[in-house]
Unconditional design. Structure first.
Length: 500
């Protein structure tokens, strides 16, 4: 087990409790182990979270197995689809509760929670309620030596018990992005949310009970990774497949665990995403898109941009305009309607991001703006805040240019030719996303096909159709999610051959 920090027992007694959700019940760990969850914006205590040991993980996995072979097994595709819609409606009924839970966990502005992340979580259930009913199987007439022939047809069966390891940066949206298709396909799940964001995964258990999802179909265990709930879940022999979103190092460890028993995996991992801004781009739209892709969610977006490549004739203008945007962002209390820039998820993550701010300075960066901690009043000063930061002048092999930071920062670099821009964009071990800004449609198509990433946006960013394939290449992931592509992971395709 990991070491548990010293807990203020007086504060803990007054705090909320986040329990595991196992077999339809909220339960605490048998050994009483707990850890603190604090609000990122002022470091105040949200509540105490139960930490799962092997016993709790085993109970959750066996509950999922029993439900898979019991009440969930006989439910038709149409009935499951209706249940997924009921879950979406149940989320919307308790919309304010989910916004509050996400706000406490992430510290991001409530406007962002209520207009994007929580609605998208509900939409995931509705989207996959439709997808699961609309995907056709294959059927072939096959000749045979006796002339009578045969018919081959395919069916999809649920893969089994799915281990879901979800991240902290958009916890509800990204957790439901996995849970919704898994359940729609007839699987059962055990979710291990990030230790930083226990709220919405726990709350969803209440909704599952409210709408009549059978006990054991949806389970949640809280804890950490190594020697805790994450490791116990991914190593469990009764888990049939594992889906994970998070950093590449953790994905590598999960893949090693999944190799025992040859279990299937679907990973969305790290990124060092680039944006390519050509001189013929609409600069207003490019700056607007770059602002979102660099600073949204305090830069804690897997698809976010940390490398901006700008054609030299407009380089100085783009740098100046991005500097003005960064300096106009307003950090503050997340409930203040004027706040448009939130904190990092934790003090630990702030230390990591600030270490890269220091590295950039040490490695010769020109600090265009930022590079430190904002001056905030009162208890906000205790939060996990950093300044939005822009650098120029770093070498292509500098660590802030090569390594994923996951903070509100970017390096802006000039380029002189299309070939140079493509080469620099591809010069990374990651391959998750990119954006291309140009008014030349032929160039857009040409460059998009040359960038080694899973998703490319042209003159936009984070524009998502949930039916399209989503995932990374190289060290950014394995597999694809979205629409029928999610069904490829969450079901086994079987062939039946009938001799006529």
């Amino acid at each position: 087990m990991v070491d548990t920090p010293v807990i203020d027992k007086t504060a803990a007694a007054r705090a909320a409790r986040f329990r595991h959700f196992i077999d339809g019940e909220m339960v605490e760990s048998a050994d009483g182990r707990m850890f603190e969850k604090r609000r990122p914006f002022d470091n105040s205590l949200v509540g105490m979270v139960s930490e799962a040991g092997r016993a709790e993980v085993d109970a959750a996995v066996m509950a999922a197995r029993n439900a898979l072979n019991g009440p969930w097994k006989g439910i038709s595709v149409e009935e499951r689809s209706d249940m997924m819609r009921a879950v979406a409606d149940g989320i919307n009924k308790r919309f304010d509760d989910f916004v509050e839970a996400e706000f406490n966990d992430t510290g991001q502005p409530k406007t962002m929670m209520s207009h994007a992340f929580v609605p998208r979580g509900a939409a995931n259930f509705k989207s996959f309620a439709d997808v699961v009913k609309s995907v056709a199987g294959e059927a072939f007439q096959t000749p045979t030596p006796d002339g009578a022939g045969a018919i081959n047809y395919s069916i999809r069966k649920p893969k089994g018990v799915i281990g879901v390891i979800s991240p902290w940066n958009a916890p509800f949206l990204l957790m439901t992005w996995k849970v919704a298709p898994a359940l729609a396909c007839g699987n059962t799940v055990v979710v291990k949310p990030s230790e930083e964001t226990p709220g919405t995964a726990t709350l969803l258990g209440e909704v599952m009970n409210d709408v009549g999802i059978p006990k054991g179909v949806y389970n949640v265990v809280h804890g950490f990774g190594p020697e805790s709930a994450g490791a116990f879940l991914t190593e469990h022999p009764e888990v049939d497949a594992i889906t994970f979103t998070g950093e590449t190092r953790t994905g590598t460890a999960i893949m090693k665990a999944a190799a025992v028993g040859t279990r299937d995996v679907s990973f969305e991992m790290g990124g060092k995403n680039s944006a390519l801004v050509f001189a013929d781009a609409d600069i207003d739209k490019a700056v607007e898109g770059l602002t979102r892709s660099i600073f949204l969610n305090c830069g804690q977006v897997c698809l976010g941009t940390e490398r901006v490549l700008v054609e030299r004739p407009i380089f100085d203008e783009v740098v100046a305009r991005m500097k003005a945007v960064a300096e106009s962002l307003r950090p503050g209390h997340p409930e203040d309607k004027h706040t448009n820039f939130g904190p990092l998820i934790s003090q630990e993550h702030r230390d990591k991001v600030l270490s890269y701010y220091a590295k950039a300075k040490a490695e010769g960066a020109t600090i265009v703006t930022g590079g430190g901690v904002p001056d905030l009043p009162g208890d906000l000063a205790k939060g996990s805040w950093v300044q939005p930061t822009i650098w120029t002048g770093l070498a292509d092999d500098a660590s802030p240019v090569r390594e994923e930071i996951f903070g509100p920062c970017c390096h802006i670099r000039p380029f002189d030719s299309e070939g140079e821009a493509v080469r620099v964009a591809n010069d990374t071990e990651y391959g998750l996303a990119t954006s291309i800004w140009t008014s030349d449609l032929s160039r857009a198509h040409r460059v998009a096909q040359e960038i080694d990433v899973g998703i490319t946006w042209v003159n936009s960013w984070f524009l998502r159709d949930l039916r399209t394939p989503f995932g990374g290449s190289k060290q950014s992931g394995i597999g694809r999610e979205g629409g029928v592509h999610s069904l490829e992971f969450y079901t086994e395709l079987r062939n039946i051959c009938v001799k006529l």
